[in-house]
Design a protein around this ligand. Structure first.
Ligand code: ADP
Length: 795
């Protein structure tokens, strides 16, 4: 056997032998058949017309036919092929010329299945060169073809990787000089490929250091520490590859030096001619920068997390607590996060029941709950320094939900809202109180956006007028205007304008509004601007409406009653004036004639008659005194008596009064003294009335002081008042009468057993006159121990 082709080293040379010697020939045929069967290749022999003459075992196996079956069959039927027309023609041409033909095409087996065959057809020629038969040798090359295709594919891929790899790849020699470089390398170097050949690694990479040294890349001081160079040299030295060595290099980029970071891998290629190293260089500067940025941001996040005022808990994907920041530990009164690590988020009894479902769907779960530290202590859940109950706001967020079906953990924000909750409760309480207060006053509330007219009223406001708010919709400031009595609108506008101009702290006005049933309701409207704009204009005003219809009615009633009373008083005064005139005229004649009679000038009146006429005279005088007193009081009350002020020398006036009373005092042997005789005090007062006051007080002192007693007048002047007092050593006044005696007709003695004469009008007049001067009068007295009447007057 000699190889016919390099790839398929199997061929057969048939020895056609002389068959005239039968026995020997038979042996020879068997020998040849055995030999042919031992060939691993499929072999079929046909005659020149293509009829099968021989088929070896390998062919039987390959095509599925037995030799017996195909004997005499045409090869075209035994091994139908899908050879192209050209191939068929080529085979014929080769065979006719006595040459072999080899090629590949698809061949069918007996069962119809097909395979790729490598076929060699060789003509059997006789001595004259005529074709006696054809030997076909075929191989199933399907597997070989597939492997070949795989090899081609991987070679193509490798080439593509080398060519198009984003990383810089180059083959370098021991001197790091470039022998081959890929596209990325050419791009990085920025030079045409032919100029790159022979350059050293550092030159290709535009290393900034080699420029410093005339010796180029590898000659500089810093080159000794260059990780790229050292890695390549080390690979040459050890013959073993290096992977992912990080190296940094200062590189010239657009004229500027920039520090870049590379990842270098090397492969040692032990080639016969000369060992080379394949260097792969990946620029990871931006990745490095990103890594640094990520590290920084992670650091920032960590700092933020640990120093955040917001309480944060971190749970893993199973919902197990892995960490809690300081604020969180603070909220729960925990010293160390280890105390609470391992808690199951989904076991938390406060967590809403549907929370897990929501979280898995990427929804945020928020809830408010109370947290009872007493329970924590009772159940020995963890050590806490806190006690009582707090209110917390909780927000649970699933992390990493952006990647579908992937939750990497849970973040829980906890906020202690106890103080705001308590404040809310306080506000609610005060709101309730306000509501109750408003309910009590039945006040309706309005809230008016002055610039837009938008107004909000409460339900009670509508109720004041018999409506519900719904009945008055659409509701606004216009609703109020329409319901207000047109005659009252001007007053409202006037008062509002005053408030808007800040003349008043409050706006207040009373007006009528129409009730649903048609009558008018008096409203007291009070309000205040609570918000002003920069121009000083009112923005928002809030106020109340109160139904004051009842008050208005009683006010009206009072006004009417007062008018009636004043009228009655006027009539009474007129009547008294008339009456006093009518009484005084006959009284004067009674007094006058009884005085004449009492004088008994003619001398014919008996003693008894004299006594009677003296009685008439005394009674007449008393009556006159009474009438005068009543008249004075009536005049004062009806406002018809005015004071006529002028300068009054008060000490002199007191002296004059003493002179007047002295005769009466002497009758009872009473002493009268005044300590202010020498003083000069001029006051502005009605002389007649002050003298009347003094006379009334002095005459009372004389009247109610037993014989041998004493009367003392004192005067005290202060900055703006003067006090004059009349003290006696008389019978005194019981305390319960101290105020009453200043009312008209009030006397200590009852009328029936009265010992002292009098009208009961003297002190009433004193009080009226003092008050007309803007002064005051009072008494200090004890029964049987004398009395002191004092009156003050402004100076
Ligand atoms: P009258 O004409 O009765 O004196 P007044 O109004 O002057 O009327 O006094 C009223 C009453 O006050 C007297 O009736 C007397 O009871 C009591 N009163 C007034 N002054 C004195 C006094 N100095 N001492 C005791 N009682 C007096």
């Amino acid at each position: 056997m000699i190889p016919l082709t390099r790839d398929y080293p199997c061929a057969v040379v048939l020895q056609f032998v002389n068959i005239t010697e039968p026995k020997h020939a038979q042996q020879e045929i068997e020998y040849q058949a055995q030999m042919l069967n031992s060939i691993g290749s499929s072999l079929i022999v046909t005659n020149p017309e293509g009829y099968v003459q021989y088929m070896n075992k390998a062919a039987e196996e390959l095509y599925g036919w037995t030799f017996d079956e195909v004997r005499g069959m045409n090869i075209v039927d035994v091994t139908p092929t899908e050879a192209t027309k050209q191939q068929s023609q080529d085979i014929m041409d080769a065979l006719v010329q006595g040459k072999s033909w080899a090629g590949e095409f698809v061949v069918h087996k007996k069962d119809g299945t097909e395979f790729m065959a490598h076929v060699t057809d060789t003509p059997i020629l006789d001595g004259d060169g005529n074709i006696r038969g054809i030997i076909g040798i075929s191989h199933d090359i399907t597997r070989h073809k597939l492997e070949e295709a795989k090899i081609i594919k991987s070679e193509t891929e490798l080439k593509a990787i080398y060519k198009d790899a984003p990383m810089l790849m180059m083959l370098v020699d021991r001197d790091t000089a470039v022998r081959k470089i890929n596209k990325a390398g050419i791009q990085f170097a920025g030079l045409p490929v032919d100029q790159l050949m022979g350059l050293r690694c550092g030159e290709v990479l535009r290393c900034a250091h080699h420029l410093d040294d005339p010796g180029g890349c590898g000659a500089g001081i810093l080159c000794k520490t260059c990780n790229i160079r050292n890695t390549i040299l080390n690979t040459f030295k050890t013959g073993s590859s290096r992977e992912m060595v990080e190296a940094s290099l200062s590189v010239l980029v657009e004229g500027k030096v920039k520090d870049l970071t590379f990842l270098i891998s090397t492969s040692f290629l032990d080639l016969e001619e000369e060992p080379l190293v394949l260097v792969s260089i990946l620029d990871i500067t931006s990745r490095k920068e990103m890594e640094n940025a990520l590290r920084e941001s992670t650091q920032r996040f960590k700092e933020l997390y640990s120093s955040s005022p917001i309480a944060i808990e971190i749970y893993d994907e199973q919902g197990i607590l892995v960490d809690a920041n300081d604020s969180c530990l603070n909220v729960f009164g925990v010293d160390n996060a280890d105390e609470v690590r391992g808690f199951d988020l989904f076991e938390d009894p406060n967590l809403p029941t549907d929370a897990k479902e929501k979280l898995l769907l990427g929804k945020i779960v928020e809830y408010q709950t109370t947290f009872d530290f007493e329970l924590v202590k009772a159940l020995h859940l963890y050590h806490t320094s806190r006690s009582g109950v707090i209110y917390v706001d909780v927000k649970v967020t699933a992390l990493g939900i952006n990647r579908p079906g992937r939750i990497s953990g849970y973040l829980v924000h906890v906020q202690d809202i106890t103080s705001s909750k308590l404040a809310q409760a306080r506000v609610k309480n005060s709101e309730q109180r306000l509501e109750l207060a408003l309910e009590g006053t039945q006040a309706g509330i309005w809230d008016w956006q002055v610039q837009t007219g938008h107004t909000v009223f409460n339900e009670r406001w509508a109720r004041l007028l018999g409506y519900t708010l719904a009945e008055l919709e659409p509701i606004g400031v216009q609703t109020w205007k329409e319901l207000t009595h047109p005659d009252d609108l001007q007053a409202v506008e006037y008062m509002l304008d005053r408030h808007f101009r800040k003349c008043t702290d409050f706006y207040q006005c009373e007006f009528r509004m129409k009730h649903k049933e048609g009558h008018w309701v008096w409203i007291m409207d009070r309000g205040r601007v609570v918000e002003w704009n920069q121009k000083g204009q009112p923005v928002r005003m809030i106020g109340t409406h109160i139904d004051i219809t009842e008050r208005k009615k009683s006010e009206e009633f009072l006004i009417q009653s007062r008018a009636l009373a004043e009228e009655a008083n006027r009539i009474k005064s007129e009547f008294l004036a008339n009456m006093s005139h009518e009484l005084r005229t006959p009284l004067n004649s009674i007094i006058g004639y009884s005085q004449i009679l009492s004088s008994n000038r003619a001398g014919y009146l008996q003693e008894k008659e004299l006594r009677y006429s003296s009685n008439i005279y005394n009674s007449g005088n008393h009556l006159l005194e009474l009438i005068n007193g009543v008249l004075d009081i009536a005049r004062i009350e009806s406002g018809k008596m005015d004071i006529e002020p002028g300068p009054v020398n008060i000490c002199k006036l007191i002296d004059e009064s003493i002179v007047l009373i002295k005769p009466l005092a002497m009758q009872k042997s009473l002493s009268i003294s005044f300590d202010g005789k020498t003083r000069q005090l001029i006051i502005n007062a009605d002389r007649v009335k002050i003298k009347q006051i003094l006379y009334n007080l002095l005459s009372n002192a004389v009247k109610f002081t037993p014989e041998q007693g004493s009367i003392v007048i004192q005067m005290i002047s202060e900055a703006d008042t003067v006090q004059i007092s009349v003290s006696d050593t008389g019978i005194g006044i019981p305390e319960n009468m101290h105020e009453k005696i200043f009312d008209p007709f009030e006397q200590v003695d009852s009328a029936l057993n009265r010992k002292y004469e009098g009208t009961g009008l003297g002190l009433a007049l004193v009080k009226k006159f003092v008050e007309m001067h803007g002064g005051r009068v009072w008494v200090k007295s004890e029964k049987e121990r004398g009395s002191t009447f004092t009156f003050s007057l402004p100076i």
